[in-house]
Design a protein around this ligand. Sequence first.
Ligand SMILES: Cc1ncc(COP(=O)(O)O)c(C=O)c1O
Length: 375
Amino acid sequence: MTVTELRTPCVLVDRARVERNLERMQAAADRRGFRLRPHAKTHKSIELARRQIAGGAVGVCCAKLGEAEIFADAGVDDIRLPYPLNPVNAERVVALLDRSRVSFIVDHWDVARGWSDALRREGQEVDVLVKVDVGFHRCGIDPSSADAAELIARVAALPGLRFRGLLSHAGHGYGASSDAEVRAIAQDEASILANLRERVQALGVAVDEVSVGATPTVRFSLEQDGITELRPGNYIYFDRTQVTLGAAAWDDCALTVLARVVTRPDGGRIILDSGSKTLTNDLARGFSAAPGYGAVLQSIDGVQTPDDSLLIERLSEEHATVRASGDRHPLQPGDLVRIVPNHSCVVSNLVDAAWLVEGNDVLERLEISARGRIT
Ligand SMILES: Cc1ncc(COP(=O)(O)O)c(C=O)c1O
């Protein structure tokens, strides 16, 4: 079967590109002796998590316990949640321990104490890392505060918690405006963590792990020392944002949306059936302006060159309004297009299954089993 026989809109995942993206990242991590623990938020697929682990990854990351439960049930036996879980979830964490080694982050004294109390009551011990804010200013302790190392030492001494090390996420790399800026963010991240590690070790506390991870910065994290683990997620599919950030080429983008032209109101306007329910309202980020809600490719045959005369200028839930510039564009109602979305992680969260393809041949259905697990 070819993609022309699929119902639209739908999500296509190019198997050869996924393989290449996974192999490249694993090889790069192996060359540096860094462990790779991909964030499964991007694919949310049991099959792809297994493929990552078979290729050398030490386990996966999940943001939510609901996702971790799906992967643990499927036999993934090492799951890290780099997310500030609240101790109200203690029962769910303990239930997971039967089937998987579980670790999570803490970045707040009261929360760490809450976990310690809850786990002690359950007679359990769990691995924790302390999340460090390296400039994204979302979660994490402030490494410049005078008592940061003391706070970590106090967390490490709490019963019920097995302190493993430090973890950061340089999400501010998505806001960088040049390669040099992305590199500087990765360098800063590594040096902030190295400095804090020394301060903590000076208090007699072992820091065995230093975990970093974000797809824009990972290429430069590979140049740094003192790191033990990489946690990129988006690298499995990449997307328009990663191309615009210099982290990928169009040919690396493994996830595309297949959409159909449903009407052609005038020469300049083409309406597709892929609205915000498929493409999402996320805008692209990156070094240069990338307006609109995705890049329409010139063909559906798997060759990935964007058609620069088409701009997806507006989305409603079920429609994409595409503005065509220049001479009258040949697309007509019924025609298919492939779109590289701005942000692939959120697209895969919106569908129960994608189609694994090679070129425009459909190979098989790819279940996205952990999608929609928001708790
Ligand atoms: C804590 C954490 N680690 C790792 C990642 C993976 O980042 P990326 O999707 O940029 O590879 C994310 C993504 O949101 C994250 O929140």
